[in-house]
Design a protein around this ligand. Structure first.
Ligand SMILES: [Mg+2]
Length: 197
């Protein structure tokens, strides 16, 4: 039997909706909302008023920022199929925010129980990763990557054109899964939220 291809998957803004947490805390602290237009082509901290930027940049270092993040629509269903066809590793640059370790670990255990902790890679620089594919919202993680980078669509990467783009998990399924198991067409029980992002 052929060895499965190896697939590395980023967490933040790919599996976990970190923008929802930024919006939640920004609204809590500044009683302000950010439109999709304001976020287009920008990271969250660059989309707010200059006087709010230090607080935005500090959020990911605050305890609890990564706790109980909402799931990106369709991520569980598509990952469940991907693990049947790929050797899947979760690859997150967790070292940037040391407070996040246990929150991220618990989150993965709760939402992706079909993935063993042996397939979690909490790292610093992702260039250490060797895989056939890497799904990530930050194109700089594809620098020096030996496989193919698949750019997961996010407001901040709207202007990036160098990589194949997946606009949500339904498109990940379209790009990486065989036709016969493509979600939304052949698998009953896939919720409509899968294609709603
Ligand atoms: Mg990310």
């Amino acid at each position: 039997m052929n060895k499965k291809p190896r697939l590395a998957v980023d967490m933040d803004e790919v599996m976990a909706d970190i923008i929802a947490r930024f919006r939640e805390w920004y609204s809590r602290d500044f009683q302000a909302e950010l439109s999709a237009e304001a976020l287009h082509g920008k990271h969250f901290a660059d989309a707010v008023a200059p006087e709010h930027q230090p607080a935005m940049r500090a959020y990911p270092n605050a305890p609890g920022f990564f706790k109980d993040l909402p799931l990106m629509a369709g991520s569980q269903q598509v990952m469940r199929e991907l693990v049947r066809h790929y050797e899947v590793f979760i690859v997150t640059a967790a070292m940037e925010f040391p407070n996040c370790f246990s929150d991220k670990f618990e989150w993965l255990q709760r939402h992706f129980p079909f993935l063993s902790w042996r397939h979690y890679v909490f790292c610093g620089d992702k260039s250490i990763i060797r895989a056939d594919y890497l799904i990530d919202d930050n194109a700089y993680n594809f620098d020096g990557f030996s496989g193919e980078g698949l750019l997961f669509d996010a407001p901040h990467n709207a202007h990036e054109t160098r990589y194949r783009r997946a606009r949500g998990w339904q498109e990940v399924a379209t790009l990486l899964l065989p036709d016969t198991v493509r979600l939304g067409h052949h698998s009953p029980g896939i919720p409509p939220t899968l294609s709603s992002r």
